[in-house]
Write a protein of this length. Structure first.
Length: 69
């Protein structure tokens, strides 16, 4: 499943790497929006297949962050 930004934001940190197994609710990355840090949890158990961003990247709503399968 695609993990996408819900609002204009920037990537503050990435907590996982490609190939890593994650559990539902585990923090994948932290987004910064309006001076607030927002953790992005995994919506389901799975494996990180790809990461489309790096720290500091700016995202528009709907911007792809990573893919978890």
């Amino acid at each position: 499943m695609d993990i996408k930004a819900k609002m204009p934001s920037s990537i503050d940190s990435i907590k996982v790497s490609v190939g890593q197994e994650v559990k539902k609710g585990e923090v994948l990355c932290v987004l910064e929006a309006m001076k607030m840090k927002n953790p992005m949890p995994s919506p389901a158990d799975g494996t990180v297949k790809s990461i489309a961003v790096k720290v500091g990247d700016r995202l528009k709503p709907g911007g792809l962050i990573m893919v978890v399968e």
